[in-house]
Design a protein around this ligand. Structure first.
Ligand SMILES: Nc1ncnc2c1ncn2[C@@H]1O[C@H](COP(=O)(O)OP(=O)(O)OP(=O)(O)O)[C@@H](O)[C@H]1O
Length: 305
């Protein structure tokens, strides 16, 4: 559905994106996670054809964003950060305007608007001027305009920013519902949002994709952590000789010798390490599976950046 290859973009001397590549398959919900200034909005503007990259190619639903921009935009529902809404228009009048702009055939407009309004829970707000709506409801109007033309791909830039907790829950529920019929890519800087909604996360930092992971895989681990109370000679080599071990990293944790033991995919290392430590009489302080969370991955990347 989305194919991004070697995309770079600079604003003067600021490199907003550097050689970004990834693909997104139909039906996925992908979170684009990154701190402020990571390049999320820049990437989204490039994907939606509103900004040209300096280098690289983007294909959406088989169309090239640079040369077939209108075809691409016809396939996308886009919720920009701070969606431009007309405060004096009623919800209904605004959606009619957007249907005209999207060239939805007049005979189909009423039905399309009714469906979008129903999907976004706006039925009882139709006649209200947008300017009088709460921020959560305005965001729903932004989503309603994004799905008017029944796009197969929704691209949402920080869809819950500035909303209160109740509104956040409602918008997330709505996104989950929309995901039954469309592929979704949305940007956020909130870790829990990604965990709550996504199948997969792309972590963008300093304009680069630093991680691309399935949320379900993050929690599983083939690695173990061993911390000893004091130095013992030969631990690293002995660990490396265990069946299923592919690498052993040595570090220190509050001054104690610390080993991260990386295993093959089918490995369950802790029992074997426990037996080895008992045989050798190692002064074990801690032995555990090295469970990754999105937060731990993000923190490791942030420290390395
Ligand atoms: N029009 C512009 N002119 C100059 N620099 C820009 C422009 N737009 C963005 N930048 C810079 O490019 C970098 C990436 O910005 P971008 O808005 O894409 O990041 P972001 O991840 O969306 O951040 P945020 O979460 O704060 O919206 C930042 O350093 C930003 O200051």
């Amino acid at each position: 559905m989305i194919d991004v290859h070697g995309v770079s973009k600079a604003y003067g001397t600021i490199r907003a994106l550097s050689d970004v590549s990834f693909t997104i398959e139909e039906g996925e919900i992908v979170g684009l996670l990154g701190p402020n200034g990571a390049g999320k909005t820049t990437l989204i503007k490039i994907l939606t054809g509103y900004l040209q990259p300096d280098e690289g190619q983007v294909t959406i639903a088989g169309f090239d964003v640079l040369t077939q921009t209108q075809d691409v935009q016809a396939h996308i529902g886009y919720l920009p950060e701070n969606a431009p809404l007309y405060p004096e228009l009623s919800v209904q009048a605004y959606l009619k305007l957007m249907a005209d702009l999207r060239r939805v055939p007049p005979a189909e407009q009423n039905e399309r608007i009714a469906r979008a309004v129903y999907a976004t829970g706006l039925t009882d707000r139709l006649t209200q001027p947008i300017g009088q709506l709460s921020k959560g409801y305005r965001q729903r109007v932004g989503l309603a305009q994004a799905i008017l033309h029944r796009p197969k791909l929704l691209i949402l830039d920080e869809p819950t920013v500035g909303l209160d907790p109740t509104q956040i829950v409602e918008i997330r529920r709505l996104i989950r519902r929309l995901a039954q019929h469309a592929t979704i890519l949305f940007s956020t800087h909130i870790l829990s949002e990604v965990e709550a909604l996504c199948d997969r996360v792309l972590i963008l930092m300093n304009g680069q994709v630093r991680a691309d992971a399935r949320i379900s895989e993050l929690a599983t681990t083939h690695n173990a952590i061993l911390v000893l109370n004091q130095e013992v000679a030969g631990v690293r080599d002995a660990l490396a000789r265990l069946d299923g071990v592919v690498a052993v990293e040595r570090d220190s944790q509050n001054g104690y010798p610390f080993y991260r033991v990386r295993g093959r995919e089918d490995a369950d290392l802790c029992p074997a390490i426990y037996r080895l430590a008992a045989d050798q009489g190692w002064p074990v302080r801690e032995l555990r599976n090295d469970v990754q969370t999105l937060e731990s991955v993000f923190n490791q990347l942030a420290v390395a950046a």
